[in-house]
Design a protein around this ligand. Sequence first.
Ligand SMILES: Cc1ncc(CN)c(N)n1
Length: 230
Amino acid sequence: MEGKKTREEVEKSGMIDTWMKKHRMIYTGATKHPFILSIRDGTVDLEAFKTWLGQDYIFVRAFAPFVASVLIKAWKESDDCSDMEVILSGMASLNDEIAWFKSEATMWGVQLSEVVPQKANQDYCRFLESLMSPDVEYTVAITTFWAIEAVYQASFALCLEDGSKTPAALRETCRRWGNDGFGQYCNSLQKIANRRLGKTPDDVLTKAEVTLLRVLEHEVEFWNMSHGAA
Ligand SMILES: Cc1ncc(CN)c(N)n1
């Protein structure tokens, strides 16, 4: 019979894997959402896609300062100087991402200056802002950062798998987050998060787990917002 794992056993396999198993339902809800499945099976409503595009541009503009706040925490609190390089590479890809959103929006006829953030987006951005506080521990922030990136990586990688019927016009979008390089970057973030979680006091561990669950809920709401808007 399988008993409860000791903290030492959990540390060996990595806290993130343990949490992914424990919270499998909500993780699957965030990474295999009907909106993503509609891209994958080729039935996606292009109006829903355009809604997602405009809303995600606004999200990414709020996400960049959050990542900057993680960088500051890494500089102040990290026990490994290579963490900063991984976070910086994430910031550099956000710079590309913002430029990509602008050219993609032009292609789809979406006026980014006229996009009004919807409630789910506002709530998610406010949540990110709350995590920028210096009171939030680096371990909590880096776990959050990993989760946000990992949901997009897993979701869009699904649309590139063999047998998927992703429309040609959306394949580049899927490659942006579903490519192997982005997958490796997410693995690097996961490694940092696991290392920190493995040596954090129980109260911070609980905070990180709760924050991870909030991310997954916000991601589901974000997909719902795009999917339901068509
Ligand atoms: C809502 C959301 N979540 C995650 C990502 C990936 N940076 C994003 N662009 N937008």
